[in-house]
Each structure stands twice: as C-alpha cells, then as structure tokens.
Design a protein around this ligand. Structure first.
Ligand SMILES: NC(=O)c1ccc[n+]([C@@H]2O[C@H](COP(=O)([O-])OP(=O)(O)OC[C@H]3O[C@@H](n4cnc5c(N)ncnc54)[C@H](O)[C@@H]3O)[C@@H](O)[C@H]2O)c1
Length: 307
C-alpha cells in the first residue's frame, strides 16, 4: 500500500514508519519538524518538510495518490493547549481538516487517526474505561482530538472515507522527546541520566496507563486490515502512579534522587486507564511489553543516545 504518515519524524510516527516499511509498504512522511527530528526518518521513506495546515499539502496528495493516511502530526502538549487553545485548534482541528479535504479529493481509502484514551474521557466513571465511556475532555487538546473524531465520522457518512481511530494511553519508549512538558517517562529518564532533579507535579498519586511504543506501532499495522470504520483504545488496562513510575526508573538507572513536588498542572486528570478488549476482539491486538521491560529498553536507548 502507498501510505502517508503525518508526524512521521516524531516519536510514535517514526516507529510506525519503521513498522510499515518492514511490512513492505511504500511510505511518505509529512512533518514540519517542530518537535520531530529528521534523523528519526529512515531513508526508505520520502520526506516532505511541510506544515499540515499549508496549501502545499494538496499538491503532495495529487502527486502521490495515497491509499491510506496515518495521521500522527499534532500539537501534543496538554498544558500548551490550556495556555493557547487557538494554536492547539489550529494544528489539531484545522490541520486535520486540511488533510481530510485533500484525502477526500484524491480518493484516499482510509484514515488512521491517533486520538487519546486519556484526555478524551476526562475524569473516568469506571476503571478501566472502554470505548463507550462518556467523552468529557477537560483540556482543549482533548476537545480537539474529539472534534477530529467527529469529523472522521462525518467524512465517512458524506464521502465514504473509511477510518480507524486509535485512542492511545500514555505511550513511552525510545525516541520520545524529553524537551517538552509531555512524556513523563522521557522527562524523568533524561533528567535522572544527566543528574538533574525530576519534579512530580501534584501529589504523585495521579495514575496513567503506560503502553510501549512498539506495541502501539503494531496496532497501526493491524489497523490497515480493518474492514470497517471503528474506534479502539490502545492501552494496557494497568494503572501506575507517578511515584511508582519514578521508583521503577530510579531502580533501573541506579539514581538516588529525593522526591521533589510542585503544584498540579491545569487540565490533567487524576486517574486514567483504558481497556483493550475491543481491539483484541476486532484485530487480535494486545499489549505485549510489560512496563518493567519497556522501561528497561527505554533507559538503554536514552543512555546510548547520551554517549
Ligand atoms: N505520546 C503519547 O503518550 C500520546 C498519547 C495519546 C495520543 N498521542 C498522539 O500521538 C501522535 C504522536 O505523538 P508523539 O508522542 O509521537 O509526539 P511527537 O511530538 O513526537 O510527534 C508529533 C509530530 O508531529 C509533527 N508536527 C507537529 N505539528 C505539526 C504541523 N503543524 N505540521 C506538520 N507536522 C507537525 C512534529 O514535528 C512531530 O514530529 C499525536 O497525534 C499525539 O496527540 C500521543
């Protein structure tokens, strides 16, 4: 298949590009390198350095005639979305729509969209949440992801453009960017490896569902074979709190940093954990990498990158 991966220079997108190329697909990448890195993209993929909001996107679609668009590019920082909801919506809603319009015009068969299984549900009523859980996003980031899910439903109804929405839990692993405020595993790991003090925002009891990036990339490969449009959670169903995570990482790294706390950040929920039963039934996916093992691989790769 001929596949476009937007955000393919980023953390998750670059692992998806690798998995698609390994499966024999023809892959192109669109990325503006705002948080992604050129060196994350393998040579076998064609690279267009473009913003998903730009008009030039249409020309790329006309020339390439993609079968599938896997849309990973996004403003990913929940806290930035709280500070500047207009910029967040500009990338995450209008940028997405720009792609959907080009996809519709050029006969793309399917969109695979990276949504969120955290911010979209808001504070959960039940644990783990399945896909039928009410959506009550408490951040502009979550609102924008939900809006694009609704647009996908509309494009399916109005134009026959099929979709597969994957609502990721907290993804972690090699190549995650530790410079922003998103991605607690990457931030803690790089701080501990360089002797800096990691800071826990809030009381440390807030929980997340940590899913390893290779498992997420595999879900994106399986999504290619879905024969209808649907929405799936991609998580582990296991809750881990921030203090536990810090302890596991300091054990692996051998760091002995004291626990330092700062006030909780706006727009973030207390508990988040999602069920993977539906995607297992539909596509045979399940999380294969235990947290301890995934963290070990992450620490190893961050360590190598420092040398
Ligand atoms: N990391 C997680 O835990 C997580 C959880 C849920 C959903 N997601 C979603 O997964 C996707 C990938 O996230 P990631 O963690 O790999 O982040 P990332 O920042 O590493 O990747 C995003 C990529 O998109 C690119 N990009 C951003 N704005 C762009 C624009 N306007 N035009 C073109 N390219 C642009 C960036 O340069 C980057 O390469 C995002 O859609 C994110 O919302 C991530």
């Amino acid at each position: 298949m001929k596949i476009l991966v937007t955000g393919g220079a980023g953390f998750i997108g670059s692992h998806i590009v690798d998995a698609y190329i390994a499966a024999g697909h023809d892959v192109a990448v669109i990325d503006n390198l705002s948080t992604g890195r050129r060196e994350n993209i393998q040579h076998a993929a064609r690279f267009y350095e473009l913003d998903i909001r730009s008009k030039a996107i249409g020309e790329v679609f006309e020339r390439e005639r993609f079968d599938v668009v896997n849309h990973q590019a996004a403003q990913i920082d929940v806290r930035k979305s709280v500070k500047d909801p207009v910029e967040d919506a500009s990338v995450n809603i209008l940028g997405g729509l720009n792609l959907l319009e080009s996809a519709r015009r050029t006969g793309v068969d399917k969109i695979i969209f990276s949504s969120t299984g955290g911010a979209i549900y808001g504070e959960q009523d039940c644990f783990p949440a399945d896909e039928s859980h009410p959506t009550r996003p408490v951040s502009p980031y979550g609102v924008a992801k939900l809006a694009l899910e609704h647009y996908l439903f509309y494009y399916r109804q109005a134009h026959g453009l099929e979709y597969c929405v994957l609502r990721y839990a907290n993804v972690y692993g090699p190549r995650q960017n530790s410079n922003g405020e998103a991605g607690v595993v990457a931030i803690f790991t790089s701080k501990m490896l360089t002797g800096e003090q990691p800071v826990i925002n809030g009381d440390g009891h807030q929980t997340r569902d940590y899913v390893y990036v290779s498992d997420v990339a595999r879900a994106n490969v399986l999504a290619l074979s879905l024969d209808h449009s649907d929405v799936f959670n991609i998580g582990t169903g296991i809750e881990t709190d921030v203090r536990q995570l810090l302890h596991m990482l300091s054990g692996l790294i051998g760091a002995r940093a004291p626990e330092v706390y700062a006030p909780a950040k706006a727009g973030e929920q207390m508990r988040s954990v999602i069920s993977w039963r539906k995607v297992h039934d539909a596509l045979g996916w399940q999380p294969d990498t235990p947290l301890e093992e995934g963290l070990r691989r992450t620490v190893d790769s961050f360590r190598k990158a420092l040398v």
